[in-house]
Write a protein that binds this ligand. Structure first.
Ligand SMILES: C[S@@+](CC[C@H](N)C(=O)[O-])C[C@H]1O[C@@H](n2cnc3c(N)ncnc32)[C@H](O)[C@@H]1O
Length: 248
């Protein structure tokens, strides 16, 4: 595979994997706090919208099996397990520290049907057609080859299964564009330095949003992976989109 973007840099795929792991290892203990501070808590509403959109068309069984890829500290996975009481959720991430931190701080998760797993979203450790729903919140941008992660999600979903993802994109609105750029490139790294001790991690965040595929391209990539009924619902001045897709 050719070089891939890591923020504004172009790096070898193996280097990106390592750099992304280093970023999330370094911010793991402050990740959730920083998420709430930098989004003014709005990230909770975005995740809630995803949780409410869970409605697979798979055959009805006793348990809804859900895989949350790039789960990080498991925030979305725990929300899903709480809201869908008939679900069994696998919370999967490639960065061990994120999972360790999430598990240690979410004591309520111990009582939920939820399993934590270290795993690569681009090479999922599951047989074909295991899940009714696969989710990914803010992980696509961080993948080395996000189209490969879409193909993997497609492979592991049952027929009628649903893929749901949240991803950020730069605000293009004529009035808000400059304010967004100032916030993303000047404020976020400072806040990141202050809260997590790693300003570069949040410089990477701003750059990776700028460099990542546009919603139109992500929908097209979902179609190439085999999904049908691919849609993107915008939130908060189109800073975030909720992607919906179905495996026929
Ligand atoms: C921005 S965080 C999102 C965490 C969580 N989903 C949330 O919304 O709070 C991105 C996560 O993607 C994970 N990640 C990056 N590449 C991955 C891969 N190839 N497979 C699985 N997880 C990956 C990182 O370790 C990190 O925890």
């Amino acid at each position: 595979m050719a070089h891939v973007p890591f923020g504004y840099r172009s790096v070898e795929p193996s280097t990106k994997r390592k750099l992304v792991e280093d970023v999330f290892t370094s911010v793991a203990s402050r990740y959730d706090v920083m998420n709430d501070v930098m989004s003014l808590g709005i990230q909770r509403a975005w995740k809630q919208a995803l949780v409410q959109a869970i409605r697979p068309r798979t055959a009805i069984r006793a348990r809804l099996s859900v895989l949350d890829v790039a789960t990080g500290s498991g925030d979305l996975a725990v929300r899903i397990a709480h809201a869908h009481t008939n679900s069994h959720v696998v919370a999967c991430d490639s960065t061990m520290s994120m999972l360790t931190h999430g598990r240690a701080t979410r004591s309520s998760a111990d009582t939920l049907p939820l399993r934590w797993l270290v795993g690569d979203g681009e090479s999922l450790p599951f047989a074909n057609e295991q899940f009714d729903v696969i989710t990914n919140a803010f992980g696509l941008r961080n993948m080395t080859d996000y189209e490969q992660s879409l193909r993997e999600a497609y492979r592991c979903l049952r027929s009628g299964g649903q893929f749901l993802a949240l991803e950020l994109s730069p605000v293009r609105d004529a009035v808000l564009k400059d304010l967004y750029q100032f916030y993303a490139f000047s404020c976020l790294p400072r806040m990141g330095q202050w809260i997590t001790g790693n300003g570069d991690a949040y410089r990477y965040l701003a750059q990776s949003i700028q460099r990542f595929a546009a919603p139109f391209d992500i929908k097209a990539a979902l179609g190439r992976a085999g999904f049908v009924d691919c849609r993107a619902t915008p939130y908060t001045f189109k800073a975030v989109h909720l992607y919906h897709a179905i495996k026929e």
